[in-house]
Write a protein that binds this ligand. Structure first.
Ligand code: LRH
Length: 473
């Protein structure tokens, strides 16, 4: 049997709605709508416009139901950590964007109550200043937690808008810092220590569980059948991407490369060693109880924010041309540390890169092509280092790297990652996140069956990867 499902995949710079056809030998995706996303600056900081995103989701679902009249379910994934606060079912203001700099203060507040080493032992998460628990410390100080009675992460909020049901999907809940890494349940004791009301956090559901069926007005607006279920998938986009990474043999590492480069391996259980903590590796919850042992590298954000800076004067930069010119740059370029937090906030990226290099007596790129090359080389080195660390820290022998997401289309990045890591890079699928979303829905409704290994086998059988062999330079 082949089934049709709708996958809603929301990224930090764009979102899309796809229709997936899925069956034992079938896996096909078709895009129904793609729309931009990004921060909205208001006097109190940077926010997401989730009402607008929701309107785009409804439009995409309407196109999906017109294209395919038998849509059997909907699954939603998005970027992690961000949330809305609600009271009595009503959203209290637009959610903050994780790059909003208020989180620095939240870090001080939380670490005053609970040092990072103790937090790591409880939640297994790498330090990222925007992890939900730091954001919530700022909400607490602002008095918001005395008003709110519910917290919903972004995909859970979209599921609530569609069905009226309030749940917390497990993989994304693991990015809050408030899930016990051992039991995978909410850590009530930690919430008490950080003075976060336990009642804010909804029931946890696992990927594959039914969240609810679409509300009557949603069915009417979109043309979907009134009993269409919303099914929990790996609602953290990275969890869905890892599901669809065709690691069909042992020894594979993954880089889910979009705004971020999420570099790591899959493990059966968390790695909580001091070395893992010091290397800033995270243990995020994967589908089917797996652990995503990975490190966040800054990712294509550095390149796209550079291009945004150049385009501020109204001039358009052609990415393909820029990358071709970058590939043609002769000789070595000096590189910067793509893990340095100075590159995290929005703003003038080329200036930050130049300052970083100049302060260390390194050569500053003299042209746009050289700057692009310097960024790609710096990302490739950070990726290669993180792959090496992931293998060493998890005691896995890694000899192949899978790059999925938008970065898999960047040939220079794939090749230089292979060269710097000294192992082949298998590129694709570019839409791994949406595919992972489709696969978990497909399994929940019985169109496919089996373990993650058999789902990955289906990906490997239906998508043609491109392989970049390492070359000496
Ligand atoms: C990638 C991602 C990543 C998180 C970040 C906030 O989209 O979900 O895994 O660390 O966004």
């Amino acid at each position: 049997m082949t089934a049709a499902v709708a996958a809603v995949d929301l990224g930090a710079t764009s979102g899309r709605v796809m229709v997936g056809q899925v069956g034992p030998d079938t896996l096909e995706l078709r895009q129904m709508g793609r729309f931009p996303n990004g921060p909205v600056h208001t006097p109190d900081g940077q926010h997401w416009n989730l009402q607008q995103l929701y309107a785009h989701v409804l439009d995409g679902l309407r196109s999906a139901s017109r294209w395919e009249d038998g849509i059997q379910s909907i699954g939603i994934d998005s970027w992690a950590v961000d949330y809305a606060l609600l009271r009595g079912g009503r959203v209290l203001g637009e959610p903050f964007h994780y790059r909003d700099e208020r989180t620095a203060h939240g870090v001080d507040l939380v670490h005053a109550d609970e040092p990072f080493s103790l937090l790591y032992a409880r939640n297994g998460l790498q330090f990222l200043p925007f992890n939900t628990l730091y954001q919530l410390a700022v909400e607490r100080e602002a008095g918001m937690l005395g008003v709110a009675d519910r917290l919903l992460l972004v995909p859970d909020l979209m599921a609530y808008y569609l069905t009226g049901a309030t749940v917390a999907e497990a993989t994304n809940a693991s990015t809050t810092g408030l899930l016990d890494v051992a039991t995978k349940c909410w850590d009530g004791e930690l919430m008490d220590r950080l003075r976060l009301p336990r009642g804010l956090f909804p029931r946890i559901v696992q990927p594959g569980e039914h969240i609810g069926t679409v509300l009557p007005h949603v069915a009417e607006t979109t043309g979907l059948a009134g009993d269409t279920p919303v099914i929990a998938v790996g609602s953290h986009d990275t969890a869905s991407a890892v599901v669809a990474t065709p690691m069909t043999e042992p020894g594979g590492a993954y880089i889910s490369c979009g705004t971020w480069g999420l570099v790591g391996v899959e493990t059966e259980s968390p790695v909580l060693s001091t070395a893992a903590r010091e290397a800033n590796f995270t243990n995020e919850g994967g589908v089917d109880g797996r652990t995503r042992f990975l490190h966040n590298v800054m990712g294509l954000w550095i390149l796209s924010e550079t291009i945004r800076t150049w385009e501020r004067d109204g001039e358009k930069v052609d990415l393909q041309r820029l990358l071709a010119e970058a590939a043609a740059v002769g000789g070595d370029v000096d590189i910067f540390d793509a893990n340095d937090d100075v590159f995290m906030p929005t703003g003038d990226m080329p200036a930050r890169i130049s300052t970083w290099l100049a302060e260390r007596g390194l050569r500053v790129p003299g042209s746009r092509a050289q700057m692009a090359r310097c960024i790609v080389e710096s990302l490739a080195q950070a990726f290669a280092d993180a792959v090496h660390d992931a293998g060493a820290l998890s005691a896995q022998d890694i000899h192949r790297i899978h790059i999925t997401g938008g970065g898999s289309l960047n040939e220079l990045l794939c090749q230089r990652t292979a060269d710097r890591a000294g192992m082949p890079v298998v590129a694709g699928p570019v839409e791994a996140t949406a595919i992972g979303n489709v696969l978990i829905q497909g399994r929940a409704i019985g169109a496919v069956s089996g373990s993650l290994e058999s789902l990955r086998d289906l990906v490997a059988r239906t998508f043609n990867p491109r392989v970049f062999e390492p070359q000496a330079r």
